[in-house]
Design a protein around this ligand. Structure first.
Ligand code: IMP
Length: 185
């Protein structure tokens, strides 16, 4: 199937029900950014955003932080379609050095916790001064690995969500809101 026909197929078969509006997301990010700015005042903070899903969230978050921060990206893969398989791979690594720094992981969603668990272990090997995690969405009910999450914007249910950076097979990332993906069949 070509990319075009896959896209047409996806959009015909699915609809998106709004769960969190763009305004609600921005308000909550402002609150979380204020908290982080207070907690990391006078620290050598390094934000590590997990690609691809967190790029929209990270871009809005860092513009609301009242901090002098460095930003880096790591690309991990753990999902194919809508079902987690528990395996995590590093696709592209860091350019910055976490050693001795106060790292803040920025993630779009924590679901089973496999991805975050893997990343926390990988980063610990690089001897940062501290590691904190900031997530846009927490699917607590789906957790398999218990992982610490210091900053949570929203807790969500078990439904598959898209938009505001989150995708389904590469689509829907550009929606300005977060919605539940519904199969029309
Ligand atoms: P975990 O390893 O199961 O915690 O999954 C984390 C990753 O799975 C996230 O970074 C997302 O890329 C993806 N993911 C989990 N749930 C959803 C969802 O509802 N929509 C889109 N992506 C999801």
């Amino acid at each position: 199937m070509t990319n075009e026909s896959q896209m047409a197929n996806t959009f015909e078969k699915c609809s998106v029900e709004v769960l969190l509006s763009g305004e609600a997301i921005q308000r909550r990010i402002s609150d979380i950014a204020a908290e982080i700015s207070k907690d990391f005042k006078d620290k050598d903070a390094l934000i590590i955003a997990v690609l691809k899903g967190s790029f929209v969230f990270c871009a809005d978050l860092i513009r609301k932080l009242n901090l002098n921060i460095a930003v880096d990206f790591i690309s991990l893969s753990s999902y194919s379609g809508t079902s987690p398989d528990g395996r995590v791979n590093v696709i592209a690594g860091l350019k910055e050095t976490p050693e001795g720094r106060d790292v803040i992981i920025v993630e779009d969603i924590v679901d089973t916790g496999h991805t975050l668990d893997f990343l926390l272990k990988e980063l610990s090997l690089k001897k940062p001064k501290s590691i904190s995690t900031c997530v846009l969405l927490d699917k607590k009910c789906a957790r398999v690995k218990q992982v610490p999450v210091e900053y949570v914007c929203f807790e969500v249910g078990s439904e598959f969500v898209v938009g505001y950076g989150l995708d389904y097979n590469g689509f829907y990332r550009g929606l300005p809101y977060i919605g539940i993906l519904k199969d029309n069949d």
